[in-house]
Design a binder for this molecule. Structure first.
Ligand code: C2O
Ligand code: CU
Ligand code: CU
Length: 493
């Protein structure tokens, strides 16, 4: 990055964001060099699968020393693992999690993306599990739940950023229809949990520092399943199914794979109608995608690259896909000089060439909304930075939005601030209808959508079942903890 560019960003961001340019510079200078060799083989977290319709296990949150690459790190872990164990269940299954909090602060669990009750022992973001106490979560995954890549993480307001940044996150996979499409089934499946960390010399997580107030805490260590640049192998001719989660607190990932396009097959909420070819994609914090990669190049090594993404930059003039994947292509084309390698793909052996699927699963067209609401995102000064929705900071005693079950609503999310905000809704997924009036290029189920400065994004949400209160918020979790969250109450029809 040139100094001029950094300076221009500083001006653009204004006083409170003055450190961002420097932050991005610091990130760039620590990138792995283009020649950096891949590390050890990609590891996968232990898997806890349902059996006979029941997924039942113990889960403990506690500080543990774990390896991050070759470094010793004192992190916050689920069952001693970073990322936490991968949970796998099917539609109709019962889930029973005997959770114990061995942290020195309160916590709880949120099941991000699952369509389950937001109340009681379900996906209840309002629960407080004090240090030393246990709680049993129990819920059923509805029989008509789509297959997809979901995840779990803490959601105790005020401590979410700190606890997630410390390492608390794991995948929650629902297996179903998408997994049974023959071409998808034939692909080699790999889960990639992308997450940044920061460590001091003692292997502890340093204090986030002043700049994190605005940008959210961002670490310079990029990990994939807790590893640095792990190696992935497929045979030439083979098909790879990458299931990607951005589990970072605040960092966006802007990904491309050398010489290989991605074939997008699923977004946050599950499958799309048919694969879409992409050269790169932006994953905001909390977002997931599934992509297929065809092993149809010369044998060799290909880097999965992440380039610095500036969340203060709008996506005006940005690319095609940025529109949907929430974020933006900084200058339209990837600039790979400043990229870091997050994983390396190597061909090993050959196989008869596997085809891509042509059809996936239809995304239903939603009816016109009964109600349209506006949610304006901005920030201000309070005790330090505060982040606001419609001028208000989160108050757990206030219900901000009341909706009726069996209705469809359009929510217009307007960013009048200076940073992108990935807007997330619990319990009910949505479709992006338009961005600054431009219709979305294709239909997809989402639960996070990044809204750049100056943008207005219209999302359409069906409220069908589950009465009760839940939340919507910015998934830059420092923003959420500093107020950018509201309560929606779903009322019986
Ligand atoms: Cu993944 Cu309320 O968040
Ligand atoms: Cu969530
Ligand atoms: Cu935000």
């Amino acid at each position: 990055m040139t100094l001029v560019k950094a300076m221009r960003r500083r001006e653009f961001l204004g006083l409170s964001l003055g450190t961002t340019g420097a932050l991005l510079l610091a990130q760039c200078s620590r990138g792995s060099s283009p020649s950096s060799a891949p590390g050890s083989a990609l590891a996968q977290a232990p898997v806890y699968s349902s059996d006979g319709g029941l997924l039942s296990f113990d889960l403990v949150a506690e500080v543990q020393q774990v390896k991050l690459g070759d470094r010793n790190a004192n992190l916050l872990t689920y069952n001693g693992q970073v990322p936490g164990p991968r949970l796998e269940a099917k539609p109709g299954d019962t889930v029973q999690i005997r959770f114990t909090n061995r942290l020195n602060q309160p916590t709880n669990l949120h099941y991000h993306g699952l369509h389950i009750p937001p109340t009681g022992t379900g996906d209840n973001a309002f629960l407080e599990i004090p240090p030393g106490e246990s709680y049993t979560y129990e819920f059923q995954i509805p029989a008509n739940h789509p297959a997809g890549t979901f995840w779990y993480h803490p959601h105790y307001h005020g401590l979410v950023a700190e606890q997630l940044f410390g390492g608390l996150a794991g995948l929650f996979v629902v297996r179903g229809e998408l997994d049974e499409i023959p071409e998808v089934q034939a692909a080699q499946e790999e889960f990639l949990v992308l997450k940044d960390f920061a460590l001091d010399r003692g292997g502890n997580i340093p204090d986030p520092g002043h700049m994190a107030q605005m940008t959210g805490r961002i670490g310079d260590l990029l990990t994939t399943n807790g590893q640095f640049n792990p190696a992935l192998e497929i045979p030439q001719g083979g098909l790879l199914r990458l299931r990607l989660l951005n589990a970072s607190t605040s960092r966006f990932f802007w990904l491309s794979l050398e010489e290989h396009p991605f074939y997008l097959i699923a977004t946050d909420g599950g499958a799309i109608t048919s694969p879409i070819e992409l050269n790169d994609l932006v994953l905001a914090p909390g977002e997931r995608v599934e992509v297929l990669v065809k092993g149809d190049r010369e044998p060799g090594q290909y880097r999965l690259l992440n380039q610095p993404f500036n969340p203060a930059q709008g996506m005006m003039g940005g690319g095609r896909m940025g529109g949907m994947m929430g974020g933006g292509m900084m200058d339209g084309t990837p600039n790979r000089d400043r990229a870091e390698t997050v994983a390396t793909l190597t061909y090993s052996g050959t196989t008869a060439s596997l085809p891509l699927p042509t059809q996936l699963i239809p995304v239903e067209a939603l009816p016109e909304p009964q109600t349209t609401r506006q949610f304006t995102l901005n920030h201000g000064m309070g005790m330090g930075m505060v982040f606001l929705i419609n001028g208000k900071a989160f108050d757990h005693n206030r219900t901000d939005t009341q909706v009726r079950l069996n209705t469809v609503e359009d929510w217009e999310v307007i960013n009048t601030g200076t940073m992108a905000h990935p807007f997330h809704v619990h319990t009910n997924k949505f479709q992006v209808i338009s961005r600054n009036g431009q219709p979305a290029p294709y239909a997809a189920w989402k639960d996070v959508v990044s809204v750049s400065p100056g943008e207005s994004v219209r999302i359409r949400i069906p409220f069908r079942d589950y009465a009760g209160k839940t939340v919507y918020h910015c998934h830059i979790l420092d923003h959420e903890d500093r107020g950018m969250m509201g309560i929606v109450e779903m009322q019986p029809a």
